[in-house]
Design a protein around this ligand. Sequence first.
Ligand code: COA
Length: 493
Amino acid sequence: MEMLGEARLAAPREQVWLALNDPRVLQASIPGCESLQGSGDDAFHASVVSSIGPVKARFAGKLILSKVQAPRSYTLRAEGSGGAAGFAKADIEVSLEALEPSLTLLRYKVQATVGGKLAQLGSRMVDAAARKSAEDFFARFGAEVAALAAAGPQPAPAPLDLQALAGPAVAAIAQAGGQERGQERGQAAPPPAAGARAAAGLLAASAEEVAGVLASECIQVWIADHIALVTLNRPRSRNAMTLAMWRSMPAIMAALERNPEVRAVLLCGAGGDFCAGADISEFAQVRDDPAQARAYELAVDACCDAIAGLAKPTLAVLRGYCLGGGAHLAMSCDLRFAAADAVFGIPAARLSIIYGVHGTRRLLALVGLAQAKKILFGARRFDAEEALRIGFVDQVAGAGARQRGRWWSRWRGRAAPGADAMAQARDFARTLADNAPLSIAGAKALLNGMAMGLGALDAGRAEALIAAASASEDYREGRAAFAQKRAARFQGR
Ligand code: COA
């Protein structure tokens, strides 16, 4: 019998890992477990009373851990003999994915065999009993882990290089101002003019402002497994972006760009939504007259350009509302992974706002002229299915999972395997994180430049990127790995 499954556990991965290795927690979680004691490294003796159909027996056996990769995965071999009832043997591969600071995805694969009287019960009865045991185990294990997490320390935010934050933000905004002015006149982007630099000085977030946004946790940054998770965190306002948040993002992106540990970036919203756009409640203070509106749009474009301009791959995880400026944030990422409940729209025509130049260009590049007009003129909301059909998002979680996870859907509070946009985005980000960073950065610069229209692609920079990749250590490493039939270890240089 083979069984696949997953469970979301409300605790940091390290805590789940400790629980998976804790005899007390395991004993409390295994249905019918009377005792479970360590017997040397990575092994336990256990006694379990179990009923399968009409057969009830006490199984004495052992659990042996192998292929241990703390805190990510192990294989658990369970062997038990129930005397006259027969025996059961299982290999259980367990892996832990850190989805969010306090959310861990546990995946398992069980291969089990039974013998003796148990084998005569028939596979349907044995399968049903095994699934019920797994269900009971994870319900109990989840409760144990949640209790441990509530009692333990909360995960700390990622240390960002705050000292150097202000400079890149100023540069990004100056470039946005210069580029936009040039593009409006149909010219290639000139170097930032003195005027643009002065405007940028007024617009750019100071290190204190960025530190304030991070300290207030309006934007959270968390790094695990080479993937940075940037979370917009104002769930009570549906993660609406304040001016301080728009202004701080370029500096945060610059810090992630510099961090060699980061190979990919996920952008998501806290709670049930991605982002309901700009914070309209502060418009009277910060976006009142045309001059303020112009400065505000520059800050939005600088934020979105900084996300789009990151040399590392960026993936948006879209749940709930993704509206207005939230849609611009999502479109600035390289790929969009949506939950089935995601709702999209650009309601500028309901607020008498013209969506900015960069956002409109990104929309056009994603969905084409007719759909872009439909979205902007209509200002109506559309769902994940339509977003996928018109190319606004790249993947919708849960599509195709219904068949695979039929029995799974009976589990209360647990999505069918593959039904979680964050898990899908992480899986994809991990595959990108293993690929050559220079190739990704180069392809991204070329594609984004072409998608944003003539003038936005810096041909000189494109040639320089291609030449640098050809001269890189990674290029030699890629060829050597191919020749030696091994996975390449890319360093990004
Ligand atoms: N700016 C500021 N606050 C916002 C916001 C935004 N863009 N979007 C939502 N909020 C706030 C609401 O004011 C409300 O705050 P309150 O609890 O203090 O009243 C809270 O978030 C919850 O929103 P609410 O409207 O009560 O929830 P809902 O489920 O009925 O509707 C939305 C959700 C997102 C559809 C709706 O809030 C909305 O249309 N928001 C504006 C979206 C928009 O126009 N964005 C483009 C801005 S350029």
